[in-house]
Design a protein around this ligand. Sequence first.
Ligand code: GMT
Length: 379
Amino acid sequence: MKIGITCYPTYGGSGAVATALGLHLADRGHEVHFISYAQPFRLGGFRERVFFHEVEMEDYPLFEHPPYSLALAVAMHRTALREQLDLMHVHYAIPHATSAWIAREMLVGRRDLPIVTTLHGTDITLVGLHPSFHEITRFSILRSQGLTAVSEFLRAETVRDFTVPKERIEVIPNFVDEAVWRPDKEPCHRSALAPGGEKIVMHVSNFRAVKRVEDVVEVFALIARKVDARLVFVGDGPERPRAVDRAEELGVRHRTVFLGKHASVDELLACADLFLLPSSNESFGLAALEAMASGAPVLASRVGGIPEVVEDGVAGHLFPVGEVEAMAEAGIELLKDDPKRKAMGAAARSIAIERFAASAVVPRYEALYRRILHGGGTK
Ligand code: GMT
């Protein structure tokens, strides 16, 4: 098949999943065309059958906000014609599902371009709910021939808030490549991150408010009273200065490393003894899944789709949002008991591989594409 993929190219789970999906599809013999305003952050060097088409946008003084959605629709339309695309798969509904629908309309009479939209999170739970986006989001996702959500939680939210029939949405979870995300990754950066042999507590995110990065620091500060440990932050975003300030206020700045955005998160997660994800909401929590596959137990909030990924008491522990003391206690217990922590890390990896392996999930997308191309949609 010849598949167009549009995602946000920036640091974030939806772009990471879309890119991994495209690369796996290419490995399986399909031709994949990424269409976005920049190269997706996890799209590395040259790969056979993988192409990137940059959306060109004319800037003009009249535009305070250049109309990207239109330029994207034109790029999709052009790529579909030039590359003879069979199907367009967009990740994150806003504005991608709308642009894809426009491109499909523009192609009427020349080429059929079925659309698959994968809902990832705030396109449904936050941004899509805003009155300025709600109607167009509902309209656009209902016009997709295939509709997927990354968790049961997100499907239920979509059914409730956008009155989309449940059977229109197929839950296809996010996935990990077990060969990439693994505990024995080389090179290991443990001695650079914790030169004194300290335990490593890690958090990976785009530092948006929903991630509650100050809670990460608070949990760590309590852990650090009892355990010789270092906190490693990977990623960047608007809340980073607050995390830095909080680390200073709590006297743990010298034990905290801010690495910023990183291309090889797999190499870093392999060094983690414990992973923290105290988000206020998460439709899935891809970073938690990547940590699990890397053999790290996860302490996270019991919200959204996280319980579908992190099995409480097996792959880690879940807590009500904001319960930093309880989270820290669980962290101390695990970090002081190596056999227990390692057993939990091994269980976490087993779950990641058994339930979320790329080799099992990617064929589900392929099957959906085939059904659509044979005239059916989401089951
Ligand atoms: O929804 C967002 O705000 C952005 C998006 C992203 O690009 O990282 O995150 C969502 O999609 C990820 C991949 O499916 C999920 O792992 C995240 O849980 C989800 N974020 C939220 O629900 C807040």
